[in-house]
Design a protein around this ligand. Sequence first.
Ligand code: SAH
Length: 215
Amino acid sequence: MAQTDPFALARRRMVEDQIARRGVRDRRLLAAMADIPRHLFVDEALWSQAYDDHPLSIGQGQTISQPYMVALMTEALGLTGREKVLEIGTGSGYQTAILARLADWVYSVERLPELSRRAQAVLEELGIFNLNLKVGDGTKGWPEHAPYDAIIVTAGAPQVPQPLTEQLAEGGRLVIPVGDRHVQTLLRITRRGDRLVREDLGGCRFVDLVGDHGW
Ligand code: SAH
């Protein structure tokens, strides 16, 4: 008999109260977030807070993003299931798991080896295999697999790293927080031929994007 997940109810409430109620409509995304066990991506001491409406520490000065922020950014990518996605800032791997559920393949870069190792272990345990993780400076993108239909950056950048816009496919979307070290604006940048169309999706607050084209 399948074991009942003690957090299934908390997860459904999270989706209804924090995400659907705030206007996220993408049904595949809501289903993925109701299904993927977010608590497994944080330390066991934090399991009871894993479905709360805020970010949580994942060690090394980094955080797993607030569930609503994961939903908002993912919805902005407009995924249908066929996309090749690049993620910068694997962190806990939770956002990676959501992307892997909604797209065809995910490439994800993390600069801290310990976080990348842990994320890989959790993703494997959950049987999520349509992805490749790499340790390195994600501000340079991952040129070997470019172009990408969608790129998501889950750390705050001082400006949009040029390698990332260069690695966007035609019609591809880049979602990235840009600003100073305390507060950023979430931007969506869409490639239309040689033009980059920029939309402002609102204020946010992320840990630093550290690298050649970051802080
Ligand atoms: N999506 C993750 C967010 C983790 S916080 C989650 O929800 O768990 C942001 C992550 O970006 C941190 O793990 C940090 O180490 C990483 N990071 C910062 N600068 C980076 C860079 N240049 N390349 C890759 N990862 C970076």
